[in-house]
Design a binder for this molecule. Structure first.
Ligand code: XMP
Ligand code: MG
Length: 181
């Protein structure tokens, strides 16, 4: 069975992703001129986006990762956020840019922003590839937004369902049959 058979529709193709990542990189390069960024990727969905974004930025970028409790094999948020892997870096005095794959309810990021702010960074901003504002339950200030999307469950370019589809080079809408089986 090919992964592509589970995709109902391509929402954002590889060319559109590359173009938007380039634009975000240019914006970030201007905003952080003369500074060094510490990108904090939220595992595991943000990995592919962050690896492209870091290379689209022309100021020095250090990277670190955090893992928080995620949906597992379900497609809706439990609202419970747990740190499964904490950062290795000290945030004190650093310019921290959180990089996320998607903001849905906002519960994860609402928690993470407060948690990282308490570690005394010089600045803290948030960059998300995708944003589903229609599903928001908690307030999140997004500094850099790749694409605002409707309320579909999407996969690809790092986003998974049950650890599948992360390596699709585009953002696709999953057929309901693929998560009902
Ligand atoms: P919240 O609801 O806290 O959740 O903003 C953000 C996290 O939920 C996952 N998520 C998705 N993953 N397709 C996915 O593959 C989706 O459409 C989707 N919506 C939410 C994702 O891990 C994100 O970090
Ligand atoms: Mg995620």
């Amino acid at each position: 069975m090919n992964m592509i058979d589970d995709i109902k529709e391509v929402l954002i193709d590889a060319g559109q992703l590359a173009e938007r990542v380039k634009e975000l990189g240019e914006e970030i390069t201007i905003d952080y001129a003369g500074k060094e960024i510490l990108m904090v990727g939220v595992l595991r969905g943000a990995v592919i986006f962050m690896s492209d974004l870091a290379r689209a930025v022309q100021v020095p970028v250090a990277i670190d990762f955090m893992a928080v409790s995620s949906y597992g094999a379900s497609t809706s948020s439990s609202g419970v956020v747990r740190i499964l892997k904490d950062l290795d870096e000290d945030l004190n005095g650093r310019h921290v840019l959180i990089v996320e794959d998607i903001i849905d309810s906002g519960l994860t990021l609402n928690y993470l922003v407060d948690n990282l702010k308490a570690r005394n960074p010089a600045s803290l901003k948030l960059c998300t590839l995708l944003n589903k504002p229609s599903r928001r339950k908690a307030t999140v200030h997004v500094d850099y937004n790749g694409f605002t999307i409707p309320d579909y469950f999407v996969v690809g370019y790092g986003l998974d369902f049950d650890e599948k589809y992360r390596n699709l080079p585009y953002i696709g809408i999953l057929k309901p049959a693929a998560y009902q089986k």
